[in-house]
Ligand binder design. Structure first.
Ligand code: MG
Length: 245
């Protein structure tokens, strides 16, 4: 222990000395690489380098998860789309790794059902890891299954829900899990989520697939589509864009 303390003091002294030798402020300026310019979107418009996944015009970026055919959800005339219950999940044609995602959702104004049956949908990162979409406005369910939860893994830090029938936003920062050549998990996925501008998940470790029954699974995968859930509720989406990181 004494030796360790002595070593620490020595290293500390060396580091102070080497820092103290820097007298020019320019010596610690880093000029390269220079971050490229991205033009922020006006109001709710996407930034200049975002991939627009849905802007209300069509489902060109999407397919049915069930049969890889055309999306059967309803395209509305207000720039949104609504789940068509029973037609199944939808997913992007493109696959993604690490990203920033912006997505807006609205649970039905006409409230029906209780708990998990009230405005349920979900946003699956890489088709596997569900960020819950639910009407959790003055509506109780299990905490790790309410809106803003990583389903059955991580309770949201707060309940940031707006009332049913109101548009809400999720802004997601997602780092995909890393697997080695033997298909073993070497670094878990991580997710930060702002709901309506309020942090509900902060650098949360993803434990594996978000299962309804049973424990999370970690099965190696690469880039994968973003997937939206049909949970038999009339949840709507609009203004979906993504920036790969
Ligand atoms: Mg769900």
């Amino acid at each position: 222990m004494k030796h360790l303390t002595a070593l620490f003091l020595l290293l500390h002294a060396i580091s102070i000395q080497s820092f103290s030798q820097i007298t020019d402020p320019k010596a610690t300026e880093v000029w390269s690489p220079e971050p490229r310019v991205v033009t922020p979107g006006e109001s709710t418009r996407p930034p200049s380098d975002a991939v627009v996944l849905f802007n209300g015009a069509n489902f060109n970026e999407w397919i049915s998860s069930r049969d890889s055919g055309a999306v059967k959800w309803d395209l509305n005339n207000d720039g949104s789309a609504t789940v068509k219950p029973g037609t199944g999940d939808i997913q992007t044609k493109r696959s993604f790794g690490d990203y920033q995602l912006h997505i807006e959702f609205r649970t039905p104004a006409t409230v029906t059902g209780e708990g998990q049956n009230r405005g349920n949908s979900g946003i699956f990162q890489q088709s596997r890891y569900e960020l819950q979409v639910l009407d959790s406005y003055q509506s109780r369910t299990y905490s790790n299954g309410q809106a803003g939860a990583m389903y059955k893994q991580s309770i949201p830090l707060v309940n940031a829900c707006r009332p049913p029938g109101t548009w809400q936003t999720y802004d997601v920062l997602y780092t995909a899990p890393r697997f080695n050549a033997d298909s073993l998990l070497i670094a878990p996925g991580r997710i930060t989520v702002l709901q309506n501008g309020i942090v509900v998940q902060l650098n949360t470790e993803i434990k594996g697939t978000t299962e309804y029954i049973g424990l999370p699974k970690n099965i190696a995968h690469g880039k994968a589509p973003l997937r939206l859930q049909d949970h038999n509720c009339l949840v709507s989406y609009r203004n979906i864009w993504i920036r790969e990181l």
